[in-house]
Design a protein around this ligand. Sequence first.
Ligand code: NAP
Length: 468
Amino acid sequence: MGYEKIQVPAEGEKITMQDGVLQVPDNVVLPFIEGDGTGRDIWKASVAVFDAAVEKAYGGKRKVNWMEVYAGEKAYDMFNEWLPAETITAFEEYVVGIKGPLTTPIGGGIRSLNVALRKLLDLYVCQRPVQYIEGVPSPVKHPEYVDMVIFRENTEDIYTGAEFEEGTEENKKFMDMMKEEFPEQYEKFRFPNTAGISIKPVSQEGTARIVRAAIQWALDNKRKDVSLVHKGNIMKFTEGAFRGWGYEIAKTEFRNDIVTERETWILGNKESNPDMTVEENAKAVDPGFDMMAPDKQQEILGEVEEAMGLWDTHGDGKWKSKLRIRDTIADIVFQQTITRAKSFDVLATMNLNGDYLSDALAAQIGGMGIAPGANINYTTGRAIFEATHGTAPKYADLDQVNPGSVILSGEMMFRYLGWHEVADLILKGMSGAVAAKTVTYDFDRLMDGATKVKCSEFGEAMIKHMDD
Ligand code: NAP
């Protein structure tokens, strides 16, 4: 493929996907977007860390040939476009890449370059690990208890962008249609004449692929628990459906490897009391059983019988070694991930809940300066690893900010490529630099006795500590 402005490196090969498995050549080409504002400082520090880690890990046997692709302000200057088509083509062709933060253009029909990239490449998983690095300043008492990974759905929900602005002709048309065709629903609008409208689609396929990715990742990485986060008690046909379809995928596609939380109760009850009848078990699992309507009681009895049908594969305590699937309501999860951080592991969420939750959890482990992220399509293999913070324009070109978010996104990227030795060295360098209290301004202001270093110097310190 010929590009107008992108310079393809003279050396190196593309990543490909064969039979669902990424094929990563030793001499690989990886596209990167430098990013706007502080992105420029951060990328310089980050690429030095990546190259040093690859060199130390493989002594020249493996190499990354970086290929700059353009988005944001730099693209606008070069192409008069915020997101040139050849950038998308490059990510399609080279499969895996990394990016710094991008300015959100005001006007011009683009809501957000990040959202556009995710949409155009159908990167349906926003994966955000939340793991503590010893020594990082944290506002909670036991940040070391935090080790979670969020799988946030990236393409649906209220973020789809199907909206009708208040006062527009489209909004009026939509409201007239509601009044005419769905009068009962229309009656629910408290102030219909001045309401902006946003549509929240949540589909079976969209739910299936995010939950499938979360469960598969949890199994591959020997994790213990996947929680489906939802507000299905209120939004039954979107968030409630997400919960229902999520369990269905778990049970139909991963039956032998998983156990639901309620199945653990049912099987556990039978194990501690082998004479227990199905009805006694149902009452133990749902203490309100006697008050339930007969059809609900039948449903619970059916559920107990279904769980007992798993006895051969899951009974006699075998369920204890399976991946547990449970669900949790989106409001309480904000409290419990702080007060019972240890009990959360992998969290599968819809788009909006996951957006809030990933930033809230990042606060526990040092904030946005070091929180990494990735947008991945586990079917095509395409992935863009990215800073989770913005461009922090007031610090641009001052060589001050923390490059940790892009660097740890790189750590995730190398692990995704199977270059674990590089990822391990990056983590070692980061832990060493933080433990020695050589930190950028954001950590320095929260730590006693730290040495404040520049963005580039933090990268240099990381490289030095790779040899510890
Ligand atoms: P921001 O750029 O994330 O900055 C907010 C604050 O977060 C900064 O003032 C700074 O706090 C802290 N911060 C951010 N990055 C840091 C780093 N690397 N090291 C240390 N501290 C860091 O958010 P914003 O000011 O709301 O957004 C600016 C622009 O970025 C907007 O155009 C926005 O649309 C865009 N944006 C892009 C992305 C993305 O590309 N993924 C994400 C979010 C926002 P202190 O002032 O306290 O030091």
